[in-house]
Design a binder for this molecule. Structure first.
Ligand code: SIN
Length: 510
């Protein structure tokens, strides 16, 4: 470790995270002439949620007002209209610039080569739940993979961007309310990287729940690090569950909403289609409504299946069809259940991704921009990560501040070995607490008790963090901090909206 300005690790802009938001932030900062360091604990692309994004990335197809209206409706009227304006007004230009022109992503196009209704393209625009029209660009149902991998290659090859993978950020370096970089785990005693500005793009919180569509590393790292440093967080009670994760034997995976967009139907254990009883838009109702309905029907009738008979499953969704075959599902009925999918809240940021701490930015799932409110519209997460990643990267580089070398960080590693199974057992307790009390429905008295359990768990973990820097310990620390913040946010909000459904407070459908 060096704290000598000549030899210390420094960057103009430091990005933490390698999903679409992190890559976009790094690209934008480098375009502004900044020297960028991107650190990521991921060792492989599929360690980022972006790589698992299926349905696609929404565009406006030239009608930002219509997309805005759908986002506001899906959010139960809770999204911030000004933030949504930023998203929809920048959406098409960001997609055009980065995905089409820079990365040359080959989105699916129509078979017959006919122009879309805007007359300008041949894209095979898809539709998903709560979208009023076909406007989603996709590649099969594996859009995230097809975006992230070329994006990582591009960033890796960029002369102004240094990528360090398998490098976890452990703590933010702060001094007098400013953020000056991070301490990483590449040295047992903590290795600092000093930066003029720091952008967190660390993704979501899937590992706080036993069942999630996220990769295992989704442990709320950025949210916890920012909150511990004093940054404002918001909307953390709004945890979104995807209604249709594969729930049969074998590895779980997501069954994209695009399937229902094409006409796949949900049936209960009695073989009956049930969504029309819950919402006028049936299978295309907002995601929170469908998720709760699926859970209710599973409990009442034993199972829920996605019936893909009405659609050309094999030819339109070959990757998903193959995943089903691999798990021995033959026939048209695929067992499904709601799994944790996306956190709508996070580190509070403005329209340039600025947090409440000086020189700290956030983008992507770890950030709360206000775009999603209480419930996110399908295929807006890649878009939000792209738009806010670009804006944060550009703004952070524009501050044009040099990295300042601070006092050495104070991490200690005097007693490095954790007791066997320590992290696994504490994680299991954390997930049980979240599953039982902070899932699709919340009883606020149970939530208050859960907050007590999580506070004690965090205390136990903190005792170990004082003397150790193991990555799994820090992930557990981050997960327990974020879980406690989620429980507190839920406890303090008695009103049902979107994903925060308080029992006894609201009817199931809306
Ligand atoms: C899906 O393909 O259903 C997921 C898309 C999203 O979460 O936006």
């Amino acid at each position: 470790m060096s704290n000598d300005p000549k030899t210390a690790d420094t960057a103009d802009v430091l990005v933490v995270g390698s999903g679409i938001a992190g890559c976009a932030a790094a690209l934008a900062a480098a375009r502004e002439g900044a020297d960028v360091c991107l650190v990521t604990k991921a060792a492989r692309p599929d360690d980022a949620s972006t790589d698992r994004a299926q349905g696609g990335i929404s565009t406006t197809r030239g009608d930002p007002r219509a997309l805005k209206a759908d986002i506001l409706t899906a959010s139960d009227g809770t999204a911030d209209p000004d933030a949504v304006d930023v998203l929809v007004e920048n959406a098409d230009a960001a997609v055009e610039d980065v995905l089409l022109e820079t990365l040359e992503i080959d989105f699916d196009s129509t078979d017959d080569g006919a122009s879309g209704s805007d007359g300008a393209s041949t894209f095979d625009y898809a539709r998903e739940a709560a979208h009023s029209e076909e406007r989603i660009l996709h590649i099969d149902a594996a859009t995230g993979t097809h975006i992230l991998r070329p994006f990582l290659e591009y960033v890796d090859d960029h002369e102004r961007i240094e990528v360090r993978d398998d490098t976890a950020a452990l703590e933010l370096l702060t001094h007098e309310g400013r953020v000056h970089g991070v301490v990483t785990d590449t040295d047992p005693a903590g290795h600092p990287i000093y930066a003029g500005t720091t952008i967190l793009a660390t993704g979501g919180i899937g590992s706080l729940y036993a069942r999630s569509t996220n990769p295992e590393g989704a442990t709320g790292d950025g949210i916890a690090m920012a909150a511990l440093a004093g940054a404002d967080v918001a909307d953390l009670e709004y945890v979104q569950f995807h209604p249709t994760a594969y729930a049969g034997s074998g590895e779980p995976f997501l069954l994209s909403e695009a399937l229902r967009g094409e006409g796949a139907l949900l049936r209960n254990g009695d073989g009956d289609r049930f969504m029309p009883d819950y919402h006028p838009d049936a299978e295309l109702a907002p995601r929170d409504v469908v998720a709760r309905a699926v859970a209710t029907e599973r409990e009442a009738t034993g199972e829920v299946v996605l019936d893909v008979d009405p659609i050309a499953f094999e030819t339109e969704f070959p990757a998903l069809a193959e995943a089903c075959r691999d798990r021995g599902v033959d026939g048209d009925e695929i067992p499904v259940a709601p799994y944790e999918h996306f956190l709508c809240g996070g580190i509070d940021v403005d329209d340039h991704g600025r947090t409440s701490l000086e020189r700290l930015y956030a983008a992507g799932e770890c950030a709360r921009t206000g775009v999603h409110g209480a419930n996110r519209l399908a295929s807006t997460s890649l878009l939000e990560g792209l738009v806010w990643g670009l804006r944060a990267g550009e703004h952070a580089a524009g501050l044009d501040v040099d990295a300042e070398i601070l006092e050495p960080p104070t991490l200690r590693n005097s007693d490095p070995d954790l007791p066997p199974r320590f992290a696994a057992e504490k994680f299991a307790r954390l997930q049980r607490t979240m599953d039982e009390n902070l899932g699709l429905e919340r009883d606020l008295q149970d939530v208050a008790r859960a907050a007590g359990v999580l506070r004690r768990l965090k205390g136990e973990v903190d005792a170990y963090v004082r003397t150790r820097t193991a990555r799994d310990l820090y992930e557990l620390r981050n997960a327990s901090v974020t879980a406690l913040l989620i429980a507190r946010a839920a406890r303090e909000n008695p009103e049902s909206a979107g994903c925060h459904y308080v029992v006894d407070d609201a009817p199931l459908a809306r």
